[in-house]
Design a protein around this ligand. Structure first.
Ligand code: GRF
Length: 243
């Protein structure tokens, strides 16, 4: 991110392994991908907390099955948005979280919350930002809008979260085709498949201290040379070429 002077400031690396929190509201497909990437050591990190603002979210069940502490924090149980966010920030700080991953978290976080974790909140969006993003663009609405536009390609984007909804620096993108007979459901499935590949990759790069934010762009730094005898984690696809 930048320090207010416009200078580039590196984000990460954090103490290893990186302590990750995942915020969810729904089925948790992306959470599952992150769980598996941490388990296989593709990501040098540990998911230490899952928080859902929806009590019945299946993502909570995924966390429980993986033995990860899971909490429900329903904003309706708090007197104000500020109180909800204070409680959420408190839970994250208590776990000494170094990265907050929004994974289908259907709640826009206030600028105050975002600035409490500068450069340490990521989100995944089911389209190629900056297209088909912003307030009100979530779930099926995104894919319906893509279909209505006649676009031939769509995809997904992992980005840092800033105070602008879906407007933060883009870390990685993956492209999928839009077929003539696609529906929102078929497009969701095709995009979701790419999401589960892309999010672990972005988190892996963060955990390795390889993301540097320069203005609104993210530079991916080369991997550090490996010490002799180091075992490589599992294969990871390259981030989508955005040139
Ligand atoms: C994904 O499409 C993600 O891009 C969006 O919300 C959806 C979450 O799905 N932000 P899941 O809960 O990970 O299955």
């Amino acid at each position: 991110m930048n320090d207010g002077t416009g200078r580039a400031v590196p984000v990460g690396p954090m103490p290893r392994p990186l302590r990750i929190a995942v915020l969810v509201s729904g089925t948790g497909t992306n959470l599952q991908a992150l769980i598996e990437a941490c388990r296989s050591r593709e990501i040098s990190g540990e998911i230490v907390l899952v928080v859902s603002n929806v009590p019945e979210a299946f993502a909570l069940e995924r966390a429980r099955r993986a033995g990860i502490p899971a909490a429900v924090m329903d904003q309706h149980a708090y007197p104000s948005r500020a109180a909800f966010e204070e409680a959420l920030a408190g839970a994250l700080r208590a776990e000494r979280v170094g990265l907050v991953c929004l994974a289908g978290f259907l709640r826009i976080l206030s600028p105050a919350f975002v600035s409490a974790f500068p450069g340490r909140i990521m989100n995944i969006h089911p389209a190629l930002l900056p297209a088909f993003g912003g307030k009100g663009m979530y779930g099926d609405r995104v894919h319906q809008a893509v279909l209505a536009s006649g676009a031939r390609v769509t995809g997904c984007t992992v980005h840092f979260v800033t105070e602008v909804p879906d407007g933060g620096p883009i870390i990685a993108q993956a492209v999928v085709p839009v077929e003539d007979d696609d529906t929102a459901a078929t497009l969701t499935a095709r995009v979701r498949h790419e999401e589960t590949r892309l999010y672990p990759l972005a988190v892996r790069l963060f955990a390795e201290g390889r993301l540097r934010v320069e203005g609104n762009r993210v530079r991916i730094l080369p991997a550090a040379p490996r010490a002799a005898g180091t075992v490589l984690p599992g294969p990871a696809a390259a981030p989508a070429d955005r040139s």
